[in-house]
Design a protein around this ligand. Structure first.
Ligand SMILES: [Zn+2]
Length: 576
């Protein structure tokens, strides 16, 4: 199949544009339909990448203009006039600093495939069904990319296989193109090998304060721990793209990952550990989801949402092992590992939404909930990352208990990888059956309650198996319980605003709303930075009047102060 050949140029990168010329074979058809993805794998939100596409024009190889018609929000139809190939030109604006979008500036460009490349649309009438099934042929076409770096840019880095010329690359199909972001500019490249397989850390951004030698050494140890876990490395080379751009987040790919971080990320132990855990999480995905995947997550329909109940397994188990493997690599202490896990347990157990939405529901609703949080989210939803990691910990303990410590969740993952990492994927039933096979017990009740249900989780077995306990609570100030209104606040332009009202709190019962400005308690003004100090003057059970400004109108609410819930979810080793 003839390839699509793209050329990327950056005539004025400071204006945040990449110019693209695509040579598209027509196979003698009267018209070719081009489409741009509306979402990108690993990040489950319709992002409408085509909104940044400008001035799509087309001509023949000889330079005669061809007619281009926009047919849907993300499709264009080009009349070929019988030409065997058409040259399509367009430009894309990129100034969103996230792991799944484009960023172009004078210093560098970070290019994501889904947000950049128009490809031959699957040849099906719109809405006729999953386009990948009917149009798989088009997606399987090779896609070649040539980059003309802006003046002064020396390097381009991507997991795509290199082509014959500098800055040229080949993707065997559209999926690989989308799965291989490209970094262009002067990234700092630090290479290391694990098991003879080349790896690299590619830094871009402000490296002044970032301790790269230490990061490389620790990454190497983490990669080694992953290799030990799975038995071998599933790729022939791997690059960690580390954008030191005062942003956050990570995104997994089959042979690379993107990390966004701060210039200060190696300066404090806490920040550095989060960076290591992020890198470890994304690397674990090279197995779990990029190769071992739920059946729904591939081949992808890039023009519609893809629904799966299994994101708890994809993200939660990955989050659990991301931290476990930092520990096994000797890069965190046992207590640091327990602190990370405690953060997750604490977040879950203080989120009222855990009683409303199960992990499988949260997974199905990722598209409308996880990536679209609002002030009511904690009341109605839980994160399948957070609960998934906690449930992975419980499941790990359950398998260890059932097998007298001979087997663990490790074996489930390795066995799942051996069985299901081919092109087919696994169904939820198959994954559960495999876990039961490894554990040698029925896991029906656990699955129904912890994974598909909203029951409170039972930690007792895991505490026993791992020799842990929750640290005795210490929620008192000066020996007396702290008075509590139960709303989260923020300071905005000197005003003390309510940011979040969780269910079953004094603020919720009293009728305080998000965006209310707290003006006074008992008719004495509360300065925006002094709420805690004011509450210390009261005891739980005291009745107070809270004066707020709601859309500028003053209103008073009676509120009975509660007791600040003690922190009861911090893990520590049980004394021998
Ligand atoms: Zn992830």
């Amino acid at each position: 199949m003839d390839p699509i050949r793209y050329t990327l140029t950056f005539p004025a990168p400071h204006t945040h544009y990449v110019h693209i010329q695509a040579e598209i074979p027509s196979a003698g058809r009267e018209s070719v339909e081009l489409s741009m993805a509306v979402w990108t794998p690993g990040s489950y939100l319709v992002r409408e990448f085509s909104r940044h596409v400008e001035t799509v024009t087309a001509e023949t190889a000889g330079g005669s203009a061809l007619r281009v018609e926009k047919t849907t929000k993300n499709r264009w139809s080009v009349s070929t006039g019988g030409a065997r190939k058409v040259m399509v030109s367009y430009r894309v604006y990129g100034r969103e600093m996230s792991v799944r979008t484009n960023w172009i500036e004078s210093d560098f460009a970070f290019i994501n495939g889904a947000a950049t490349f128009l490809t031959q649309a699957p040849s099906t009438a719109l809405g006729a069904g999953p386009s990948t099934m009917l149009g798989a042929g088009e997606m399987a076409r090779p896609h070649e990319v040539s980059i003309v770096p802006a003046p002064g840019w020396m390097r381009s880095i991507t997991a795509l296989d290199p082509g014959a010329r500098p800055h040229s690359y080949c993707a065997p199909d559209y999926d690989t193109l989308v799965d291989s972001p490209i970094l262009i500019g002067n990234p700092d490249l630090h290479e290391f090998a694990v098991d003879g397989v080349p790896h690299a850390l590619a830094n871009v951004g402000d490296m002044t304060f970032f301790d790269t030698p230490r990061a490389v050494k620790d990454l190497e140890a983490i990669v080694r721990a992953h290799k030990e876990f799975w038995g071998s490395l599933p790729y022939s080379r791997y690059v960690f793209m580390n954008l030191i751009t005062e942003a956050g987040g990570g995104l997994e790919h089959a042979r690379s990952s993107v990390l966004m971080t701060s210039r200060w990320a190696t300066r404090t132990r806490k920040a550095y550990l989060s960076w290591l855990e992020l890198a470890s999480h994304e690397l674990f995905h090279a197995w779990n989801v990029k190769r071992l995947r739920p059946i729904e997550l591939g081949p992808f329909d890039y023009e519609r949402e893809v629904f799966t109940p299994s994101l708890w397994m994809v993200e939660g188990i990955t989050d659990y092992y991301g931290d476990v493997l930092v520990l096994r690599a000797g890069r965190s202490s046992a207590q640091e590992f327990l602190d990370s896990l405690s953060d997750k347990i604490e977040e879950l157990q203080t989120t009222p939404g855990r009683a409303v939405r199960s992990m499988t529901q949260a997974s199905m609703d990722a598209w409308i909930k996880l990536y679209r949080p609002d002030e009511n989210t904690p009341n109605t939803a839980i994160s399948y990352y957070t609960k998934g990691a906690v449930v992975a910990f419980l499941l790990d303990a359950k398998i260890r208990r059932a097998t007298g410590g001979r087997r663990s969740l490790d074996e489930v993952m390795r066995e799942a990888y051996a069985r299901y990492s081919g092109t087919y994927g696994f169904t939820p039933h198959e994954f559960r059956a495999l876990a039961e096979h490894v554990a040698g017990i029925d896991l029906g009740t656990f699955w129904r309650t912890a994974i598909e249900g909203t029951d409170e989780l039972d930690y007792s077995e895991a505490l026993e198996v791992f020799g842990l306990q929750f640290r005795p609570a210490n929620g008192t100030a000066n020996g007396k319980p702290k008075a509590w209104i139960g709303a989260t606040t923020k300071i905005d332009a000197g005003r003390l605003l309510i940011a979040q009202v969780k269910r079953e709190t004094p603020a919720h019962s009293a009728g305080l709303n998000v965006d209310d400005e707290i003006v006074a308690i008992d008719e004495v003004r509360v300065r925006s930075d002094r709420l805690d100090e004011r509450l210390e003057q009261y005891s739980p059970g005291d009745r107070v009047s809270v004066l707020v400004a709601r859309r500028d109108r003053l209103r008073s609410f009676d509120l009975v102060l509660g007791v600040e819930p003690p922190r009861t979810w911090r893990l520590e080793p049980r004394p021998a």
